[in-house]
Write a protein that binds this ligand. Structure first.
Ligand SMILES: Nc1nc2c(ncn2[C@@H]2O[C@H](COP(=O)(O)OP(=O)(O)O)[C@@H](O)[C@H]2O)c(=O)[nH]1
Ligand SMILES: [Mg+2]
Length: 262
């Protein structure tokens, strides 16, 4: 299990003007941290929900999630694709809107695998990276790296670990490295079940499989990927399970959740 370090997270919050909470747009509700949001709110610190991986969902779904957060919850939100460098201009504009002073700094927070490193790397590639400390914060760089995002905007990479919330399958697959999962088959079966509920054709689209049964799907994934045990040629369900979980996290299995209807 990942150990949260809320003291470090709070310390990092104290160093920035705004919080960028990165979530996975395929399921923003399961990949947000309400605790982080509550802490930011109690400190009066502006927070933007950054809906990442927008390349994996239709544009209309990105728009409706943004509206869901902005209208239903009153939280500023933008959608981006860190992988494809889309939406970073809108993100900069939104940051200036919510902070209302320049220069400004923002911390990048989020549970594992939502795309924090990808975002930072993308931004590093676009605007020459700088690791100079943000003005007035001595020792800043010992724990947090700072990057420049356009003129007068400093982005802080936060090494603190934000734990996934809840007991759902998203929390399980993000709480430990996939190779360390104690029961990958059970987790994969739960994940497959959940994916099928939103998209019956997900495994057909990803692997050309027609079965609608989670157990059968695992067997077929194993056989198709050549994940078989030695002489008996039995499907290796443990490796197949890890593959499904990894492929899901990498966006290979098409899946997304729609925002709740108001
Ligand atoms: N399709 C897609 N995948 C992404 C995007 N951003 C990150 N990923 C993928 O999501 C996975 C986790 O990303 P990573 O940056 O390591 O997440 P972190 O744990 O929050 O730092 C990796 O496989 C990334 O390639 C994106 O915008 N679109
Ligand atoms: Mg990372």
């Amino acid at each position: 299990m990942l150990l949260a370090n809320w003291r470090l997270i709070k310390e990092l919050l104290g160093m920035v003007d705004a919080v960028l909470e990165i979530v996975d747009i395929r399921d923003p509700i399961s990949t947000r941290s309400k605790k982080l949001e509550r802490i930011a709110e109690s400190r009066g610190q502006p927070l933007i929900i950054v809906l990442n991986k927008a390349d994996l969902v239709p544009r209309s779904i990105s728009e409706s999630w943004k509206n869901y957060f902005e209208i239903n919850e009153g939280v500023p939100a933008v959608y981006i694709s860190a992988r494809h460098r889309l939406g970073t201009r809108v993100l900069r504009i939104k940051l200036k809107e919510v902070v209302n002073k320049l220069p400004l700094s923002a911390g990048v927070f989020g549970i594992p695998k939502v795309g924090k490193s990808t975002l930072i790397n993308t931004l590093k590639g676009k605007h020459a990276a700088t690791t100079s400390p943000y003005p007035g914060t001595p020792g800043y760089t010992t724990r947090a790296q700072v990057f420049k995002l356009g003129d007068n905007i400093f982005l802080v990479d936060t090494p603190g670990i934000l734990p996934p919330e809840g007991a759902g399958v998203e929390a399980k697959i993000r709480s430990s490295p996939i190779d360390k999962l104690s029961n990958p088959v059970a987790v994969a079966l739960e994940l497959i079940h959940r994916i099928l509920k939103e998209n019956e054709l997900a495994f057909k689209e990803a692997y050309g499989l027609t079965s609608k049964d989670p157990g059968e799907i695992l067997v077929e994934v194993a056989l198709k990927a050549g994940l078989i045990y030695g002489k008996d040629r039995e499907p290796n369900l443990i490796e197949a399970s890890k593959k499904v979980i990894r492929d899901y996290l990498n966006g290979i299995i098409p899946f997304y959740v729609k925002p709740p209807q108001p």
